[in-house]
Design a protein around this ligand. Structure first.
Ligand SMILES: [Zn+2]
Length: 218
């Protein structure tokens, strides 16, 4: 369990969302995204990042890229893919503040390959943020376990990366990490987070009319 620190929480705390890449913002490929041409944003995902940005959230990507360790792509190709992704985002009015990646294969035994928390801890340090306030969205059990290990708030989006899970199987997967919130896709996550923030601001003001309009708690 991380210890909550007062660092950076006095005035305008950093509002940070960490996203997995494959299956969360772009289409997952079994054989890794190796070139710009293979980058395929998921429907509505770019717009979701833009919505979050407009609501004051910084969005950072955290991704395992063992294809580098295996020699399937090099750093220059990976950088080009992430630059292209940011160009596509810019067209929708969004941006990623950073893309953190683990280039290692499982055999290398690093501490940054998800589900280990190393990559997320690096992000926490870079942005000076209390990880307990950070929402981490992923499309696999590994992402949820990463969020748990780093002390972030875990979110799971449905993705074909998980295969054709029934509702029960999807719920059972999410239940493996307590506190996980589930969403149809990144758009639904973004809308949910923005609404939740609106509600808690209304609560802080004691604005009961806004509460009454806000619908059931989820
Ligand atoms: Zn690593």
């Amino acid at each position: 369990m991380p210890i909550r620190s007062d660092h950076n929480t006095h005035h305008h705390p950093v509002k940070l969302v960490i996203l997995g890449r494959d299956g969360t913002i772009n289409q997952y490929r079994d054989d890794h995204v190796k070139s710009i041409e293979e980058l395929q944003p998921l429907p509505g995902a770019l717009e979701a990042v833009a919505r979050l940005n407009q609501a004051g959230w910084q969005v950072v990507m955290a991704t395992n890229q063992p294809g580098i360790g295996r020699g399937l792509l090099d750093m220059a190709s990976l950088n080009a893919i992430h630059i292209r992704l940011n160009q596509m985002l810019a067209e929708k009015g969004g941006r990623l503040s950073a893309a953190f990646f683990c280039p290692h294969t499982p055999e290398e035994g690093c501490d940054c390959r998800k589900p280990l928390p190393g990559l997320v801890l690096q992000i926490g340090e870079r942005f000076g943020v209390d990880l307990a306030t950070v929402h981490m969205v992923g499309a696999s059990l590994g992402d949820l376990q990463t969020a748990q290990a780093a002390g972030c708030i875990p979110h799971l989006v449905r993705s074909e990366r998980l295969g054709n899970l029934s509702e029960e199987q999807f719920a059972a997967l999410a239940a493996q990490v307590p506190g996980t919130k589930v969403h149809t896709n990144l758009s639904a996550f973004a809308e949910g987070l923005i609404q939740q923030e609106r509600r808690s601001k209304a609560d802080a003001r004691g604005d009961h009319a806004a509460q009454a309009d806000s619908g059931p708690e989820t």
